[in-house]
Design a protein around this ligand. Sequence first.
Ligand SMILES: Cc1ncc(COP(=O)(O)O)c(C=O)c1O
Length: 374
Amino acid sequence: MSKERIFLSPPHMGGTELDYIHKAFDINFIAPIGPLLTEFEQKFCELTGFKHAVAVTSGTAAIHLGLRQLGVQSGDVVIASTLTFIGSVTSATFLGADLHFVDCDETWNMDPALLAQAIEEVQKSGRRVGAVLPTDLYGQCCDYDAIRAVCKQYDIPLLIDAAESVGASYKGKHAGCGGDAAIYSFNGNKIITTGGGGLLASDDKELIEQARWLSQQARDEAPHYEHSTIGYNYRMSSIAASIGLGQLEVLDDFVARLREIFAYYEQQLASLPGLTFMPEAEYGKTNRWLTVMLVDDAFGASLDDIAQAMAAENIETRPVWKPMHLQPVFKDKGCTGGAVSEDFFNRGICLPSGSALTEVELERVVNVIKSVVK
Ligand SMILES: Cc1ncc(COP(=O)(O)O)c(C=O)c1O
């Protein structure tokens, strides 16, 4: 019989989620929009410090609304991190915008100096940069101050993709606080989940109110169904928000646990030749959503060897995101730099990082890695 599966980052319920769902049933707010959804948005504002938020069906939907609200139009170019998940960048194409990618620096996030270069490159080609969209990779905030300074210099709006960094911080502020708006994801694999969902947050009341209106089919004020703008069916359901309310109660514990998991892997493995771990930038505190390790030749076994040994032990691992500029679907898009992301992709592997992992499971993972080189 095969050993029990260890997943990469499965959902982890804190315990009160069902109470909130029962509450939704009790007050019969199963359908979208109701007190639990509003409460979830308010609690998320309390967590992050943003003044306004709209909860939607996915992080991808939140980016779509965010880019649209920041004025991205057909023919514009959105400048985004190349080392990210595709969900970060597809929304730009929904708006008819083009994409240009930027490499990361040693923080694994968008390199601010390369961003300035990218803006110059795009502008020289006669196109307008509609927005800058950097990703907080694997739970680590990008350098918001440096990126915002570049955006200010060129007067370009900044939407921070904090899909992976809920609970992380930058210079004492919650992840995402540093742009004109930020998005978060509550996909099933994220640090907290609503079973699928996302959220757009900003201090700009009108931006969020308009996004909320667009997320509900953009119905004009009239006694009948009147529409003068194309909207979307993107609003989060009350049931999803109920799960989110329970998850918010345990977020701090999950961040602490994920950081412990990272520390355990690092302590057990970093002394082995050829293994290094994603560093924590001095300006912030990562949530360590996923523990990511780089494997060099000195280790004596390849990434594939590790992944296969893990699979044989029923342990899930994942490669580092394949950079967007290497994706066949984006083969004609520009990229400023790219070698750093390619290197992380070629050498990186994501280890099981669920907040519910037990010590015994962690030991199983570490033992497999140690055994690969024996
Ligand atoms: C960096 C990043 N951006 C965007 C998304 C899209 O979020 P969602 O899956 O909620 O649409 C994800 C993950 O799913 C992500 O990791």
